[in-house]
Design a protein around this ligand. Structure first.
Ligand SMILES: Cc1ncc(COP(=O)(O)O)c(C=O)c1O
Length: 449
């Protein structure tokens, strides 16, 4: 057998990588991948992670209140999920389930169906990430409606975020992410303002829409909660005018808002739910959609179309084992109740801060452990120093002084967003709230300048 280092002198084994120092990691990553992405995100390097704590390369503890942007519902490196994944390895399972029967994939599909509202969504399709799940849902709407020439478009909302592949940025409501890619699917999509019931009725009653794609809470858009009226009108009009109702629950699902799926808050049953982020416990890429059987079969239930949406890693055993384990963990540990309890503590603290600092905090909103705090603009004379609004300085101070990881909304940077692991210890949440109050006080003092 050859030694790889005789062939490529600079080849690094996994053991090498685990023992890299920070300078090596930084240099390799910046040279061989995107040079700016990490640097512009604070340039952090965390070596280990356990539930809501990270340890950086210098041995400092950091508290995780963003859960890799809503992924870590079950906490970082949840041992139960690792244990379950290991069973697939020990069983020497055949790994690929895309075009063969597969025990673990079959169980995952069934278990996921059990979690859906009214258990009415029963046909799942797996993807590697959220944007690919959205691509799948878009295609499902189009292919299920083939043969209906009047159905020519998709309906979506402004300020939405559905991922960054071409189809996903097209249904997304932010032109920043649509730049430099030609026309994308934009001539096939209409965007209406989120929560605008009249616009929703007007568009859907035209009868031209194959599907309506919406987040029950716009997360990246700044934590805007869909009203019950908006969700229920969407359901009613989608039924009446033959439009497929797609709820993008990639960020809001998996107990994040206090229900397994956030659509449940309005009592509607969407036709399709997209899932991702927390569904695999943050360990393995896993996302996809689950749809009502009649809609799925309308698209893929014929030999002509059955292969129109296959992908190599669909039904991968490790991903599906992680999915089964994460669902089991969320249910057995009642993470929906945890999201409500911990979310209420954070929400109450944010509302109290808003009351205390009305010139700094405009609004605190959200549901469960998906909470947004909207900051007021910085006055003109201080903008050069602190940016457009106080969220950025507050976030910087919060993370640098107190070593807490939090993230503003990408599409709406004036909103400071809490997305803690639902398993975060009360002590960490208390520490973070205390640090937040000190950070707002810091910003308040600056604002007086
Ligand atoms: C609602 C929603 N949809 C889709 C996505 C895209 O998921 P991914 O980053 O896995 O492609 C995200 C990611 O933040 C999201 O919040």
């Amino acid at each position: 057998m050859k030694n790889v280092k005789d062939v490529y002198r600079d080849f690094y084994t996994v053991d090498d990588a685990i023992n890299f120092d920070f300078a090596t990691v930084k240099n390799l990553q910046e040279t061989y991948s995107n040079k700016l992405k990490v640097a512009l995100s604070g340039g952090k390097y965390f070596k280990t992670a356990d539930n809501a704590s990270f340890i950086d390369h210098a041995g400092n503890k950091h508290v995780d209140m963003m859960g890799a942007v809503g992924v870590m519902t079950v906490g970082n490196n949840n041992p139960f999920i690792w244990e379950q994944i290991e069973k697939v390895f020990k069983a020497k399972n055949y790994m690929m389930g895309a075009i063969s029967y597969h025990n673990v994939a079959a169980a995952f599909y069934r278990n996921l169906a059990l979690t859906t509202p009214g258990q009415k969504l029963t046909k799942a399709q797996i993807a590697g990430g959220g944007a690919e799940a959205i691509e799948g849902a878009i295609k499902l709407c189009m292919i299920a409606n083939r043969g209906k020439p009047e159905k020519t478009k998709l309906l979506a909302t402004l300020n939405a975020f559905h991922g960054k592949t071409s189809g996903a940025v097209s249904v997304g409501g932010k032109d920043t992410w649509q730049a430099y890619q030609g026309r994308l699917l934009l001539n096939q999509i209409t965007h209406i303002p989120f929560n605008d019931v009249e616009a929703l009725k007007k568009e859907l009653s035209s009868g031209i829409y194959q599907g309506f794609v919406v987040e029950p809470i716009q997360g990246e858009g700044g934590v805007h909660v869909a009203t019950n009226e908006f969700m229920r009108t969407a359901r009613e009009y989608c039924d009446q005018y033959g439009t497929i109702f797609v709820a993008d629950e990639i960020q809001t699902g998996c107990c994040r808002t206090g229900k397994f799926w956030a659509s449940e808050w309005s009592g509607v049953i969407p036709d399709v739910i997209t899932f991702g982020k927390g569904i695999s416990g943050g360990l393995i890429p896993l996302a996809g959609y689950i749809a009502k059987a009649e809609i799925y079969d309308a698209a893929y239930g014929t030999p002509e179309t059955a292969f129109h949406h296959t992908a190599t890693y669909q039904g991968n055993a490790i991903a599906c084992a992680a999915g089964i384990a994460a669902i089991q963990y969320m249910i057995e540990n009642d993470l929906c109740s945890a999201a409500l309890e911990k979310g209420k503590i954070i929400q109450d603290a944010m509302l109290a801060a808003q009351k205390k600092y009305p010139g700094i905090i405009k609004e605190a909103r959200g549901r469960g452990c998906l909470i947004g705090v909207e900051f007021e603009p910085v006055k003109d004379s201080l903008k050069e120093k602190y940016g457009e609004n106080w969220a950025m300085e507050c976030e910087r101070y919060f993370s640098e002084e107190f070593r807490i990881q939090i993230m503003h909304s990408f599409n709406n940077p004036k909103v400071f967003r809490w997305l803690p692991p639902l398993t975060a210890p009360q002590a960490d949440i208390g520490y973070a709230i205390n640090a937040f109050n000190k950070s707002v006080e810091h910003v308040y003092q600056l604002a007086q300048g």
